[in-house]
Design a protein around this ligand. Sequence first.
Ligand code: AMP
Length: 432
Amino acid sequence: MTTLKAVRGTRDLLPPETALWNRIEATARDVFARYNFGEIRTPIFEDTALFARGVGEETDIVSKEMYTWEDRARAQSEKTQSLTLRPENTAGVVRAYIEHGLGESGQLQKLFYIGPQFRRERPQKGRYRQFSQIGAEVLGPPSSGSESPLRDAEILEMLATLLDELGIAGWTLELNSVGSSADRERYNQALREALVPVVDQMCADCQRRAVTNPLRVLDCKIPADQPIIEKLPVIADSLDEPSRAHFAAVTAALDAAGVPYTLNHRLVRGLDYYTRTTFEFTHGGLGAQNALLGGGRYDGLSEAIGGPKAPGIGFAIGEDRLVLTLQAALNQNSAPLKADAFIAPLGENLNPAALVLARELRYKGLWIELGEGGFRLKKSFEAAEKTARRIVILGEDELQSGILTVKTFSTGIQTKVPRAELAVFLADSSPE
Ligand code: AMP
């Protein structure tokens, strides 16, 4: 029989790596709470129409990468329904915002999520078919201030804080404005005209996009097309006065807060729903897939999926890529984490006493690995050295006298410690 394996583009996450995932998520939750965000959890699959309308039919995600199936009808009278594993979470959040009338309070909604997303992309380092995003959205009726450039600046400043608190240095914030939908229409027209004399020298995808959605030409990665794209008009020249003023207010607030950024006129992002501010944080250590996170403003999204006017802005961080970046940093300067102590009972009859001692120490907050009395002492030492900083030996004598033998591996020193002082002794992680 062939052995079954995880499906291409999916992965098992194992300890100790999962500890890093948990640390990242705990830091994100902590930062989001300080900025007054609450958590939302939406379903992993949704009606296919949500993504077709909310992400855009013309995008690579919807046209090529979704996991979609016709869900079986349970009765003759029932129709089948087209369902899709979510390729991103913004559309689901906005659907939930509409469905639960979250805008009706008139309050700005600040929501974050952490969870798996699915795209049928070609797998490579940093790109998977199941991957995890940590994202947040700020949206609400216009009266809640949801259109304010301060919201954009606050989100970007929060991201800079999160990356700093995670210990990720060397990121770059790339920023652009794609304007209002009228600006984009004007820009699309300018692009269409500029593409006419050059499009037959470009790749097949660009030739198609030049007709259907010229803005997407700017996403092209084909090297031969780049000199042509460099000479195309830039979107900044198509922005109307309100869009220019909005963008200027975002950059002024970032300057005031000391958040560094670079302007990138080609940053139009892969999703159709963006308006005005778009951004990406990149990191040099990631190689070809260098985008750590992306996001932008989506003032028309709620209406595109049948809801009330609810301007908003959000982002999605690629958690897998955060982990890769942090692993690279950690490998350079830290030893693997180990338990505070390994308890080695000398004989199976001491197993219950060892469980009691482990319970006592764990209750006091220590990280304890419990050995097995059936092991020979040599085997206990070998197991202990792999998983813990110290070994505590529990024999009949130790149990009776209440004085335990502790060996610290880093120094090789063996010490006798009274049981009442053991927790304090083990908690001290400085080398003796
Ligand atoms: P997007 O939803 O396309 O704006 O992507 C936001 C972020 O999610 C990107 O900057 C990546 O860090 C991450 N991401 C997107 N697609 C994948 C993928 N297939 N595998 C891993 N991370 C991804």
